[in-house]
Design a binder for this molecule. Sequence first.
Ligand code: SF4
Length: 488
Amino acid sequence: MTAIAETAQHIGVLTPETDKLKEECGVFGAYDFGGGSVAEDVYCGLLALQHRGQESCGIAVTDTAGPKGRVLSHKGMGLVHENFSREILDRLQGDIGVGHVRYSTAGSSVIENAQPLVLNYIKGTLALVHNGNLVNAPELRRELAHDGAIFQTSIDSELIAYQVARARVHTASVEAAVAKAMEKLKGAYSLVIMSPRKLIGARDPLGFRPLCIGKRGSAYVLASESCALDAVGAEFVRDVEPGEIVTISPRFGIRSDRSHCLRSGKTARCIFEYIYFGRADSELDRVSVYESRLHAGRCLAQDSPVEADLVAGVPESGNLAALGYSLESGIPYGQAFVKNSYIGRTFIQPQQSARESAVRVKLNALRGAVDGKRVILIDDSIVRGTTSDRIVRMLREAGAKEVHMRVSSPPFLYPCYFGTDIPESSQLIAHGRSTEEIRQIIGADSLAYLRLERLPELARGLHICDACFSNHYPIAPPTEDIRGEYDR
Ligand code: SF4
C-alpha cells in the first residue's frame, strides 16, 4: 500500500468496493494526417477508458506544422472530466496526441507519476504512455542510476522512456530505438509514443495488455480497448500483435516491425482483462468481453448447478456472468441490488460501523426481488473476501431463503506482477483455505468457482496468462519488490 493510501485509510477514506481489484492503466494516441486537432479525440478516448484508471490522467499533443518537438500537455489527479475543461482542450492544439489514465500498480499516486511522460533529449521530444509493469524495473533503475540518470518519477514508464531516448542516439529512427529498447524490457507493456512526426504503438512479446488500432477519415488512433475507438467514431483496423511495433506516419501509413514477435506464438494475454478489467463493449484480440463473461456464467451453470428461483449478479461486474448462468440453467435472471452510481471513487465513510456502511452506501439489496427466494449470486472474483460476507448477509436480511454464491473466475492464489494490484498470497482469502472454509467465512449456503480448465474457453483458445490462479508464470516473478525503493 502506498503511503497516501495508508493515510487515506487512517482518516477514513476508503474505496467503496474494497474487495475489487484495480485496473492498471489505459493508453490512447491519435494522429490526424489532415492536420486536425486531436486533443478532443484523446479526451473522449480517455473518458471511454476511465474504468482502467481513476487516480490520474493526462494528455500531451504536438503540432507537426508548428515548431519541431514543441509539446503541450496537461495532467492532473482524479478523473478525466474533472481535469479537462473546454479552455484546456482548446489550448492543446496539435495533430498528434497521446493520453493516459492511471491507477498506480507501481509508483505512488502523486502528480509527478501521472502520464504522459514528456522527455526532452538530444534528438528532440518524446511523449510516452504505458500500461503494464516491468519485472526487471529495479535492475534497470539501478543500472541507469549508476550511469548518472536522474529520475523525476518512481514509475517504470520513465525507465522505458530512458531506454528509448538512449537507444535513439545510436539508431536511425525513433521506431528503431523502441525496438532496441525492447531488448532490455522484461514484463508487461503496451506503449504509445509520440515523436515530433510519428505516433508509435508497441506491445510486449507476450501481449499481457491489449492495444488496438483504429481509423476515422484521415486520423489513426491507438487505444487500450476497442470501446475507445467507438467513442471517437473510429473503425477498428486491427490489434497490435504481441511483440509488434507499429509506426504511424503520413509517409508510410501504418508500418509494422515484428522482429520482437515470438516465433512460438506462445503469448500470455491477461485472462482477467476478459473476466473483469475490460469494458463489456470491447473486443480484445478479437474476443468479445461480453461473450466471454456470458460464457463464464454458462460454464458455472454447467459445472456447479443448484436449484434456485433467481440468478443475480453483484453489480455491475457480475451481471453478465449471471445472465449467462440464467440462459444456461433456465433460472430467471434479475436484479438483487440497487447500486448507488453517484458515489465517486472514494468517499468519507461514516464513523460508526464503518466497513459495513462502506458497502451499504454503495449497494443495497432489493427486498421486493429476493424476499422468500433461493438466490444464486454471481460475482466476478473474491480477492480478500472483505465484502462478500456483508453482501450475502444483506440478501438474507432482505428475505432471501438461500444464497448460493458462484464466482466467474477461479480462486485467486498468487500475486500478479504484470500490471494489476493482486496482492501477496497471504492477503488472498483463497490462499491456504478450502472452498468449504471460504463458504463458511462468507456465510453462503453453497459456493463454487469457475474451474481453472475453463479459462482458455473464455479467450476462445488464445494463449493466456492465468498465473494468479495457477502459479504458472509466463515470465519468472521478480526476486525483489518491483515497486522500487522509492515507494517503500
Ligand atoms: S497474473 Fe493474473 S491478473 Fe496478472 S496478468 Fe496474469 S492473469 Fe492477468
